[in-house]
Every structure is written in structure tokens, then in C-alpha cells.
Design a protein around this ligand. Structure first.
Ligand code: SF4
Ligand code: SF4
Length: 135
């Protein structure tokens, strides 16, 4: 993940946008109910928030550059970078295929999730009425 200054050129040197340093991810509880998905929709209404499901787990992805990413694509704190950065390998990474391509499900914008929910839940469109009745 990110590069150190060396004389040899490797894959990360070719990755001009340092993709893996431009977002964070956080595993989230598996959404099950209409309320859960409606909350995800609210989150997706915010800039640069995405969701995806991979190997049975759900993740929130926030597109945001790391403070340590240098204009030349190198890591400004290479010697003291976090463990997760050290563990990230470039054998097969986002440079080869994007999360959108590798994920089982990917929601990059609210419309993607709405489309999915309309198919998944018969009562999706009427969810407001249902919720109002409960309160
Ligand atoms: S996305 Fe892959 S190739 Fe690009 S900087 Fe990260 S590990 Fe290197
Ligand atoms: S600390 Fe360095 S390697 Fe880790 S995400 Fe930031 S720029 Fe990339």
C-alpha cells in the first residue's frame, strides 16, 4: 500500500492515483429489515459514501484521501504507517479490479440501493405508512 522511495519500479509506482490510500472501509452489521436498508439509503445520500457486500460481510466505504498521501503518490509516514497499510498487499488489489467489480453487491449511489430494495421488499414503497402506524 502506497509507495516508498526506491530505485526499482513496481506495480504501486504505476498506480498513479494510489487508489488504496484514497478511501476507508468499515465493516457494518448485515442489514436485514426495511428500516436497516432505509438507514443505509440515508447514509448513501451523503457525499462519497458507498456500501458493498463481499464474502458474506457488509462494508461502508468512504471515499476520502489519507492525510499522509503525498502529491507524488508516496506515503508521507512510510516508516510509521499503520499496521493495516503494512498488511495491504498489491498482488491483487484495486489496481487490478475495483471494489465495484469484485464485490458481490455494490451500492455506489442511492439509486442503486433503491432499485435493489424495490426488488427485495414488497412493501418498500409503502414503508413510510408502515412506520407511521407503528408510532
Ligand atoms: S491500489 Fe494497489 S497498486 Fe495502487 S498503490 Fe495500492 S497496493 Fe499499490
Ligand atoms: S498512512 Fe500511508 S500507506 Fe497508509 S493510507 Fe495513508 S498514505 Fe497510504
Amino acid at each position: 500500500m502506497a509507495k516508498q522511495s526506491t530505485d526499482t519500479i513496481d506495480k504501486c509506482d504505476l498506480c498513479t492515483s494510489s487508489i488504496c490510500c484514497t478511501y476507508i472501509t468499515q465493516e457494518v452489521d448485515t442489514p436485514r429489515s426495511i428500516y436497516d436498508f432505509d438507514t443505509m439509503l440515508w447514509q448513501l445520500y451523503h457525499h462519497d459514501v458507498q456500501f458493498y457486500k463481499e464474502d458474506g460481510s457488509w462494508f461502508m466505504k468512504i471515499l476520502n484521501y489519507c492525510l499522509n498521501l503525498q502529491p507524488d503518490g508516496r506515503c508521507g509516514i512510510y516508516e510509521t504507517r499503520p499496521i493495516i497499510c503494512r498488511e495491504h498487499e498489491n498482488d491483487f488489489c484495486e489496481y487490478d479490479e475495483s471494489t465495484e467489480e469484485t464485490a458481490d453487491l455494490f451500492f455506489g449511489k442511492p439509486e442503486d440501493l433503491e432499485k435493489y430494495c424495490k426488488k427485495k421488499f414488497k412493501g418498500w414503497k409503502k414503508r413510510y405508512k408502515k412506520f407511521e402506524k407503528k408510532n
